[in-house]
Design a protein around this ligand. Structure first.
Ligand SMILES: NC(=O)c1ccc[n+]([C@@H]2O[C@H](COP(=O)([O-])OP(=O)(O)OC[C@H]3O[C@@H](n4cnc5c(N)ncnc54)[C@H](OP(=O)(O)O)[C@@H]3O)[C@@H](O)[C@H]2O)c1
Length: 258
């Protein structure tokens, strides 16, 4: 049996933190960590810091051929078991859709929605009792967000997918957790699109990527289908479930977030 943890978007930010915690034993016995991103040199640098064998995959997850590479690698690994899949790779473009580059929307849809779905399908034959999937959503998933329309809709998709998948697989002790962080100081905000819109939204505050990763792994081990790391965003989630959308939107406008 080869117990594998797959982490996408491992070349920086939250993904890198996940790898560090997995390497330190936060997900129990893991024989190999497969790290996926486009910047190979970053993955190789991360590999050198880990005690666990790390296998870098230099892949663009907006390209469907990438999924075949992962499927092929799983097929060629004797006794492969996907103990953990972390669908983390992502980027977001802030600002009005009308102002965005027309390539951004499709790329967000492919990376934030299609890639996790494709990787989940390919991991399914290799999941065993106790396996876990973590899908990185966002607090942007709670409500449709003007100035972050495609991103927030894509994160809603992954949030809903995670919860229904968890209900489907939970009976076999395979759990799927949607993680909804607020802002983190990563490379995510380096190329935000409309920087003014991005700055306004960061008024909700930041949390630390290393803590989000550690706590998300704990929540996933407990079998939680939804994990919201910060207390204020838990309250926001509850409000988003009870307030009419227009009221919530008016509140966001009054707070200067959108
Ligand atoms: N930071 C925040 O404020 C925040 C808040 C809530 C949720 N999130 C979510 O958290 C996740 C991690 O983001 P982060 O904050 O850690 O941002 P980050 O530092 O920019 O990391 C993004 C990761 O995704 C990878 N990636 C981007 N495009 C890719 C592609 N086409 N194919 C393969 N990999 C790709 C990047 O690697 P390469 O560039 O090397 O490919 C990088 O490793 C994302 O899903 C994001 O939506 C972030």
């Amino acid at each position: 049996m080869t117990r594998i943890a797959i982490v996408t978007g491992a070349s920086s930010g939250l993904g890198k933190e996940f790898v560090k915690h997995i390497d330190a034993g936060a997900s129990g016995q893991i024989d190999e960590i497969w790290v996926v991103a486009r910047r190979l040199e970053r993955l190789e640098a991360l590999q050198r810091t880990c005690g666990t064998p790390v296998r870098p995959f230099c892949l663009d997850l907006t390209d469907p051929a990438s999924f075949e590479v992962i499927e092929g690698a799983l097929g060629q690994t004797p006794g492969a078991e996907v103990a953990l899949l972390v669908n983390n790779a992502g980027f977001g473009v802030f600002g009005n859709v009308a102002m965005q580059d027309k390539r951004d929307g499709g790329a967000m849809v492919r990376l934030l929605m299609q890639a996790p779905v494709e990787l989940i399908y390919r991991a399914l034959p290799y999941l065993r009792r106790g396996s876990r999937i973590i899908n990185i959503a966002s607090v942007a998933a709670f409500l449709p967000q003007p100035n972050l329309a495609v991103y927030s809709a894509a994160k809603r998709f992954i949030l809903d997918l995670s919860r229904s998948l968890d209900a489907e697989l939970g009976g076999s002790d395979i759990h799927v957790t949607a993680v909804c962080p607020k802002f983190m100081q990563t490379e995510f905000l380096d190329t935000p699109g409309d920087a003014t819109a991005a700055r306004a939204m960061t008024a909700i505050g930041f949390e630390r990527a290393d803590r989000v990763a550690a706590r998300a792994l704990r929540a996933s081990r407990r079998g939680q289908s939804l994990y919201i790391p910060s207390l204020d965003m838990k309250a926001y989630y509850v409000a988003s479930r009870v307030l009419p959308y227009k009221t919530a939107l008016a509140a966001e406008r009054a707070l200067g977030i959108i």
